[in-house]
Design a binder for this molecule. Structure first.
Ligand SMILES: [Zn+2]
Length: 102
């Protein structure tokens, strides 16, 4: 491999790491965001930065299978139950974690 190609790989790798880290901080998968940022640098990293914080979303429990799903989900991911907008929401994971440490 020539010097230019190697340099490019290093740059892409850095983008991958940055994107993966941002994704992980937001409660998403490190590997997924690493691959996205590695394959499409700039855009992938930008997407990771703009992506919503998975662990700061309000949650609620499915009335049929009792799985905890995100508040914005219209259908339960496990049993396919159609969810109406709930009266009560469960606090986001990030808030619960903060509550434990404080
Ligand atoms: Zn369900």
């Amino acid at each position: 491999m020539n010097t230019y190609g190697f340099g490019l790989i290093v740059i892409l790798f850095c983008f991958g790491l940055a994107g993966g880290y941002v994704g992980k901080v937001k409660g998403s998968s490190f590997i997924v965001w690493f691959l996205i940022s590695f394959c499409i640098p700039f855009i992938g990293l930008l997407t990771a930065v703009l992506y919503r914080y998975e662990n700061q979303e309000l949650r609620r429990q499915c009335p049929r299978c009792h799985r905890v799903v995100k508040l914005y989900d219209a259908v339960c991911m496990r049993c396919g139950y159609e969810l109406e907008f709930p009266d009560v929401a469960i606090a986001p994971e990030a808030q619960l974690r903060d509550g434990v440490t404080r």
